[in-house]
Design a protein around this ligand. Structure first.
Ligand code: C5P
Length: 285
């Protein structure tokens, strides 16, 4: 039996720039791993590769990133279709939340299959296969605190953010990434995107001191459709968060706090709203 934690991420910063010729947008983003995780377990069994996600709505067919990752790795390694293995995914990270749950699952799959198949899990291999699966999958080959350039897949490790408590809330709705990009494009018909708040190569040792310059370009356009997003950000900020922001293209909103008790106190009233869910977690290296 092989098992791995698939830790989720938040975006500490997410600036979306022009659309590239390949249809993806150029990003300047700072990813941060958090302790909230799915758990992937793989055992040997007779028959084709199977996936179960008990107690969750996650698909168990070829549309799940676990299955796609297994097929992509086999393809890159020149192996036959994956078989003889049964995967079980314990989903804890909410979907359509901007927390990279599916992407983290994909990377956990690549790592476990490398171990099972006796292949060296070097980062270039993991990130290369990951990039075929989604723009934010390569980050999970590194984890910790990292800058994502290109379509978010060109990763540079940054000096780590000091460990902070993290309150996460997810409203009763999710946001599909492609839809959030459409909302952003609509909002920019009249006005072009703002310039980056900081120059990525200048992301040096003291970058955490510039947390105040961080922003998420998706936040205003998602909040324009769902005012609850702005309410949650304000509530976390008013409760003393060092940084409060929507993660990725939403719909989860997080607040980072120096003290866990403050994060818990900020989380409680938001998580108690009808249909909302909350998690008390932490940033991890
Ligand atoms: O790469 P991924 O499959 O996660 O992207 C989902 C969708 O988000 C893409 O089809 C594209 O519409 C949009 N996207 C983008 N620019 C990026 C990343 C994603 O336009 N850098």
């Amino acid at each position: 039996m092989w098992t791995a934690a698939a830790r989720a991420k938040i975006n500490l910063h997410l600036a979306v720039h022009a659309k590239r010729p390949d249809g993806y947008h150029a990003l300047v983003t700072v990813f941060q791993t958090i302790a909230l995780a799915d758990t992937l377990t793989i055992v040997e069994h007779d028959g084709p590769f199977t996936l179960r996600c008990p107690g969750s709505d996650a698909p168990e067919d070829g549309s799940n990133l676990v299955v796609r990752a297994a097929r992509a790795l086999a393809d890159v390694l020149g192996r036959p279709e994956p078989a003889g293995l049964a995967a079980t995914l314990d989903k804890q990270v909410p979907a359509q939340a901007g927390l990279g749950g599916g992407s983290a699952d994909a990377m956990a799959t690549l790592r476990l299959l490398c171990a099972i198949w006796g292949v060296a899990a070097d980062r270039q291999l993991l990130a290369g296969v990951g990039a075929r699966l989604g723009s934010d999958v390569p980050f999970f080959a590194w984890g910790g605190t990292a800058l994502g350039l290109g379509r978010g897949d060109e990763i540079t490790v940054l000096p780590p953010l000091p460990a902070l408590a993290c309150a996460i809330v997810r409203p009763p709705f999710g946001v599909a990434t492609a839809e959030a990009y459409r909302w952003l494009a609509d909002s920019r018909r009249e006005s072009p995107p703002a310039p980056p708040p900081f120059d990525p190569p200048a992301c040096s040792q003291d970058w955490p001191a510039r947390l105040a310059a961080c922003r998420n370009d998706f936040e205003p356009v998602v909040a324009a459709r769902h005012p609850e997003i702005a309410e949650a950000v304000s509530a976390l900020r008013d409760a003393g968060a060092v940084l409060a922001m929507m993660s990725g293209s939403g719909s989860a909103v997080y607040g980072l706090f120096a003290r866990e008790a403050d994060a818990a106190a900020a989380l409680a009233p938001l998580a108690a709203r009808p249909g909302w869910r909350g998690w008390l977690t932490a940033t991890t290296g």
